[in-house]
Design a protein around this ligand. Sequence first.
Ligand SMILES: [Zn+2]
Length: 240
Amino acid sequence: MGTPRSMLIISAHAADFVWRAGGAIGLHTENGGKAKVVSLSYGENGESGDLWLESGQTVEAVKKKRHAEASAASSALGADFIPMDLGDYPLEVSGASLQKLASIFVETKPDVVLVHAPEDPFNPDHPVASSAAQKARLLATGAGGVPASFETIPPPVMYAFEPHQPDLCSFKPDTFVDVTKVWHKKSEAMSAMAAQRYLQEHYTVRAEQRAYQARYAGFDKDTKYVEAFQRLTPEKRSAL
Ligand SMILES: [Zn+2]
């Protein structure tokens, strides 16, 4: 048996990876791959929804809850959860944090990387996370295989996962993943994110709509749930 395929997911906030890539992660691990979710922040300020309805709530208490939720969601998907706790709204990634992220790339040696789309006019943090993930990938891979002063890894394929408002984020899906057989895992992961229950139905409907669309690309009627991605790196083929 060869080395298991490795997936690295970079999420701005503690739940983003669940809604947008939970199926693809669950499928990857179901197929024997290893997956690692790096959450740059807990989304404690801007994306912890219902937790801020509780009186006397504090940032530290929200972070603790979000840690527990995101750990449970990752575990439902068979992934490791690595929080960087950089803060959110605004998320800022310092040079030192970027180096740390690059070192995670080097130690993980991912075959595939999932990141936020580069644009999001309605979210202050998602483009920051996308840019940081893309820079870290470049720092880890170096310049086209030439020797460098630092350790480098082969360039992983990178996809953007679907934004909340895809058409307003210039998101043009070119890759559909049938996640029907692992939908129970994504469902369990979504349920773990109790602070944002209002998104569970939203992303269930989104996956059903993408399944309809994916049938035009050749999926059959047994395909009930699909996640959409946009490839950000060229495809490597030896022939067409
Ligand atoms: Zn987010």
